[in-house]
Design a binder for this molecule. Structure first.
Ligand code: SF4
Length: 434
């Protein structure tokens, strides 16, 4: 447990469906301040969601007519933009006629599912409402959903109704890596959406699904049909998560934070205010308390590696942007710089390299065909040692490499690396280790 009275609480009064998994694992994640940041995978996901929403509402042609505008909206450029558009073209699945897309729902104070304003984790809720979330796509079979004015809402608002005897299908699109998504039978986000959708539409049977947007038809994780008992349990589970998160807020307001680390930390918006992460970084750097010594903590270390890699990637992107903008390397003092290091890498043309190697090495030549300079040196050394010749490896390899070059079997490929370097560094394009 860590106590830090200086941490201001997160004032949000609800846990949205997309945060349920992390909130269940770590209620403190809902209590600490969240920091908005540019997250390109999330923007790609949002663009694909927008495109699929248009497919359901207006058909696939209209959806593709808007794809460039959608990419603009989410700031997708260059390769990311091209790959996102290509992914949408490859994914051929179209929701059934009558499907409803992007439906934001919550529970009201009386325990009824209601339609609300908002989306993407931010909602305007009436007093006492809780558990908001947006359902990516829902439909019913064999009869489609019917939009009717519902007396529960004073007949002034049309809501979708699931015809008697039909099954309601509720799906959540996933555009990222499936290893971070809980299986559908234990996925609180999908269960929460299914429970609210059933309550709103009057459906007695619901099939919940996670659709991974990949390939032509996607990969579908589909639940067994869930009846009223299972849906009531889902609602109770979400309420328990909500209550734990609200308790964590009260604790944080008193200066008490109880973070629980794990793989759920990977996309946590409270990461930068999390005391556990400060401990993590100081521990990994060797200057803090050794919090990764016991076996139970090892899973945390796995999550830590992923987060530190994210940190390194983001930090390098920031540094690179600075170098590109100013056109100057970053001066670290003492002749050391961080910036673009232009060099070259020796490459080999296989069909011109092979005759030279065969002449020198016989059948062992084929072992060189990874083909790298280091590999050729290793094969030469092994070839000579097999004949009892030692200490001739380096000059022999040099001679062979020269022959390969003369035969036009190798060439220098320009490389550009952003890294540390010295002004007088001439290490042939290999990484400078510090
Ligand atoms: S980073 Fe991890 S431990 Fe910290 S608040 Fe977020 S989910 Fe909890």
């Amino acid at each position: 447990m860590s106590g830090r009275a200086t941490i201001p609480p997160n004032t949000r009064t609800y846990v949205s469906d997309s945060s349920l998994h992390r909130a269940e694992e770590c209620p403190a994640s809902q209590a600490l301040p969240c920091v908005g940041h540019v997250n390109m995978p999330a923007n790609v996901g949002s663009a694909i969601h927008d495109h699929l929403e248009l497919r359901a509402k207006h058909g696939i042609e209209k959806a593709f007519a808007e794809i460039e505008a959608i990419c603009d909206r989410w700031g997708l450029v260059d390769v990311t933009r091209d790959v996102t558009i290509a992914r949408c073209h490859k994914f051929k699945w179209v929701p059934p006629d009558g499907a409803t897309a992007e439906l934001p729902l919550a529970w009201d104070a009386e325990g009824r599912a209601i339609m609300v304003d908002g989306g993407r984790g931010t909602y305007n809720l009436p007093p006492g409402a809780w558990g908001p979330g947006t359902i990516d796509i829902l439909w019913s079979e064999p009869e489609p959903l019917v939009w009717t004015h519902d007396p529960r809402f004073g007949n002034c608002l049309a809501v979708p109704h699931c015809p008697e005897g039909s099954t309601l299908f509720v799906a959540d699109y996933k555009t990222g890596e499936d290893r971070y998504v809980p299986p559908v039978e234990n996925n609180p986000q999908v269960a929460s959406g299914a429970a609210k959708a059933a309550n709103l539409t009057g459906a007695k049977n619901v099939v919940a699904m996670v659709i991974f947007v990949t390939g032509e038809q996607g990969v579908w994780d589909v639940s067994e049909p869930w009846g009223p008992g299972r849906l009531a349990a889902a609602k109770a589970r979400v309420r328990a998560i909500h209550d734990s998160a609200m308790q964590a807020k009260a604790d944080v307001a008193k200066g008490v934070v109880r973070p629980r680390e794990g793989m759920h930390c990977l996309y946590c918006d409270a990461f930068t205010h999390c005391p556990a992460k400060v401990d993590m970084i100081t521990s990994v750097l060797g200057s803090g308390r050794p919090c990764y010594e016991v076996e139970d903590d090892l899973p945390k270390l796995v999550a830590t590696i992923a987060q530190v890699e994210t940190f390194v990637r983001n930090a390098k992107a920031l540094l690179r942007a600075s170098v590109e903008e100013t056109g100057k390397s970053i001066d670290l003092g003492g002749g050391l710089y961080w910036g673009e290091k232009v060099g070259s890498r020796l490459k080999f043309v296989s069909h011109k390299t092979l005759p030279v190697l065969k002449n020198e090495l016989g059948e062992d030549a084929i072992d060189a065909f990874e083909t790298t300079k280091a590999r050729i040196r290793a094969v030469v050394k092994a070839h000579l040692e097999a004949q009892g010749i030692r200490r001739k490896g380096a000059p022999t390899a040099r001679r062979i490499l020269e022959q390969i070059e003369k035969a036009g079997g190798s060439y220098l490929e320009p490389t550009s690396t952003y890294t540390w370097y010295r002004e007088d560094d001439d290490n042939d394009g290999e990484d400078f280790e510090v």
